[in-house]
Design a protein around this ligand. Structure first.
Ligand code: NAP
Length: 676
């Protein structure tokens, strides 16, 4: 067994763990668990699930929790069955939730969110009847009376929240939702007192804050989530944002939280490609304009980064949302000087946002217990069993970890080092952070005393007569090679060799297969590590123009000629994840990658790759042909052992290679471990 425990952390999180005095209430420290929609909000009949989710995080030291967005009205719901809080009949349920959090000394604010034109139903309303590009429904323009009713509805929800015991509310004024739609002129074409001048356009937000303050009283936290960087051409100017912030303070807000970008804008703001703490400079810019505390957010996933933001004076508090999905013990580990052992959010969005968009319950790729705390409690198994895990890619790592943490004796083998296919992802620009996940599991296995055998090729003779209660095969996949004439030509390489030998790849490349890995390889080939990330996405840190955008986009064309090919006649990358697929397609388009669909492969020879496209024969004169055509399961040993009656189980790619992703693999590992 090798010594893989992480070294002790030596950073002291002075600023992060310091309390914050808001005058009428003191917060334990400066961490906010930001608003996240988990899908449990709508399951009021199973409230204990949401309670357990919040409770586990409150118990581990988070200072302030902001709930997922809850609408004050029917029209403001995000989808027809999304949650709404507007009746006293709902008080008892909310009270249970609040009590669970308060029992551990944390505070909780209810986020009030009116979707406006982002509502995914026919009752959508907005300042003007202008459809958003991300909803099929054209909203109805609000009448003056309806505007006043919505302001009153916000106040009523806040009043109810106070009665339920919430410490305050967060008013969602950013990300392109209703309040933001009033503020910006592209969505507000009104000519009455709610539109036209900036004073008129910000009136709606200020009236809401005043109404809440009046109805909920002085000793009630009001956080306003302010869009500090709209990232579209008709967004607010910096002068307007400063004015608005000052007015928000005057209207009675307690804290201002940072909102970045509108959901419809095609600039990434939270994905893994976004640099760490990429937007804390925006919060800092506002520091001198107001006296109330500011909260910064976006791509802050470690106590070190949070501490850095606070030490630099970027903000007074740090909001993290997905990092609390990845590790409920985030603050506790920082307090115990063990931040090195935190399971880091890798900003993949696969377990959280992508699932929510599919109307599924959110969880976390690296922590599949998130939002499933009730079904998978932190408990020990009744009897200690002997479990053998073969293959330590992420499926095997997860199974070994959860089995050992439930008290079983675990012995694990891998024919190489730990991490499997996930190690290839770590080599893709923007996914380097994935290494954190492998390191996390590695450290946990060491702490839990799992016997790990690396570079050990397990054979039938090792397992035929061995005693074990369960032998888990997580032996993964091998790249699939398609049947194309010339597939053995020297110019052909599989994706694994291409990723591991990328320095040797010349300038003309054809990629066969435009799935997740084809996209990964194409991104690797066109990535330019020297370019400034902000400029490459048109963001102006000088904030000279509206929305914080550069006047002219920067040319992103890659010097490599890359072809990305598929046989199907459908949009390339159609099946990529909802919240990150567009970033990947856009990155390749801007880099000039030639994406071809409906391709037939004829042969590969010294002249290049011969294809038929649009009914015409073509030869792509390339130096390399990289094969990204999926995988095949590695499970021969599993089948042999099953035949002789050993208690075998199979998970991950070894079970099903097609469409398997890391999120499913890690979850399968955990689910199986809980059956032992
Ligand atoms: P994949 O998504 O199944 O894509 C395989 C590609 O190869 C398809 O474009 C397919 O398109 C083509 N193909 C399949 N068989 C072929 C054949 N015999 N000849 C020629 N072309 C063939 O597989 P993958 O790209 O290897 O990804 C594996 C899994 O990992 C997927 O589930 C993926 O979602 C996941 N992954 C996810 C990410 C992420 O960022 N979330 C990144 C990488 C991988 P045609 O059949 O149309 O030619």
């Amino acid at each position: 067994m090798s010594p893989i425990q992480k070294p002790p952390n030596t950073v002291s999180f002075d600023a992060l763990l310091k309390p914050l005095d808001l005058g009428f209430v003191q917060l334990k420290n400066r961490t906010v668990m930001g608003s996240m929609h988990t899908g449990l909000e709508e399951q009021w009949f199973r409230l204990s699930r949401l309670s357990k989710f919040y409770e586990e995080r409150a118990k581990a030291g988070v200072a302030l929790i902001v709930t997922g967005g809850i609408s004050p009205t029917l029209s403001g719901r995000l989808s027809p069955f999304a949650s709404q809080f507007s009746s006293w009949l709902q008080l008892a349920k909310h009270r249970k939730l609040v009590d669970a959090v308060h029992a551990h000394g944390a505070k909780i604010c209810l986020q009030i969110l009116h979707a406006g034109r982002y509502a995914y139903h026919p009752f959508a309303v907005a300042p003007s009847a202008i459809k958003s590009p991300i909803s099929p429904y054209t909203p109805r323009a609000l009448t003056t009376r309806q505007i006043k009713n919505i302001i009153e509805a916000f106040a009523k929800t806040a009043r109810l929240a106070k009665r339920a015991g919430y410490d305050g509310v967060e008013v969602m004024g950013s990300e392109g939702y209703l309040i933001n739609q009033f503020i910006c002129s592209n969505t507000n074409k009104r000519t009455d007192e709610w539109g036209g001048s900036f004073d008129n356009r910000m009136r709606f937000s200020l009236e809401i804050i005043r109404a809440i303050r009046q109805s909920a009283g002085k000793r009630f936290i009001i956080i306003f989530r302010l869009s500090m960087l709209d990232l579209h051409k008709e967004g607010s100017s910096w002068q307007e944002i400063e004015r608005h912030a000052k007015e928000i303070e005057k209207a009675g807000a307690t804290l201002i939280n940072t909102g970045i970008g509108w959901h419809e804008v095609r600039i990434p703001t939270i994905a893994a490609v976004v640099p760490e703490a990429a937007f804390s400079w925006v919060t800092k810019k506002l520091k001198t304009a107001v006296d109330i505390p500011l909260i910064t957010s976006n791509r802050i996933n470690s106590p070190e980064l949070a501490e850095r933001c606070l030490q630099q004076g970027d903000a007074d508090m740090v909001s993290m949302a997905r990092p609390f999905l990845a590790d409920s013990q985030f603050v506790q580990k920082a307090m115990d000087n063990q931040s090195q052992l935190i399971n880091k959010c890798i900003a993949c969005n696969q377990g959280c946002l992508d699932r929510v968009f599919k109307q599924m319950r959110a969880t976390c790729m690296v922590n599949p217990r998130a939002a499933y705390e009730e079904e998978f409690p932190l408990s020990q198994s009744d009897s200690r069993k002997r479990i053998i895990v073969v293959g330590l890619g992420v499926a095997g790592l997860s199974c070994a970890y959860y089995a050992a943490s439930r008290g079983h004796q675990v012995i694990a083998y891998d024919s190489a080092n730990l991490g499997g296919q996930f190690n290839l992802a770590c080599e893709i620009p923007g996914k380097e952070i994935y290494r954190e996940t492998v390191q996390y599991f590695e450290a946990q296995l060491s702490i839990l005393g799992v016997e790990v055998h690396r570079n050990f090729e397990v054979g039938i003779e090792d397992l035929r007569d061995v005693f074990a209660d369960a032998i888990v095969f997580a032996t993964g996949v091998v790249p699939r090679m398609p049947d194309i004439e010339g597939i053995d030509h020297f110019s052909v390489m599989d994706y694994e060799s291409a990723i591991l030998n990328r320095a040797e790849i010349k300038d003309k490349v054809a990629i066969i297969g435009a799935g997740g890995i084809g996209f990964d390889v194409a991104e690797m080939l066109v990535s330019n590590q020297e370019e400034d990330w902000y400029q490459s996405w048109g963001i102006d840190k000088q904030y000279a123009n509206r929305g914080g955008l550069l006047k002219e986009p920067v040319n992103q064309h890659s010097k490599r000629d890359v072809y990305l090919l598929q046989r199907k006649n459908e949009k390339p990358g159609k099946n990529l994840a909802r919240t990150t697929g567009w970033i990947r397609r856009l990155t390749l388009r801007r880099a000039g990658v030639n994406m071809m669909t409906g391709v037939t492969y004829e042969k590969i020879d010294d002249f290049g790759l011969h294809i038929v496209h649009d009914g015409k024969k073509k030869t792509l004169a390339v130096d390399h042909v990289i094969i990204c055509t999926g995988q095949e399961s590695e499970n021969a040993l599993y089948r042999q052992l099953r035949a002789i009656g050993q208690p075998v189980h199979i998970i991950g790619g070894a079970k099903k290679a097609a469409e398997l992703d890391a999120e499913t693999a890690i979850r399968e590992g955990m689910v199986l471990a809980y059956t032992f």
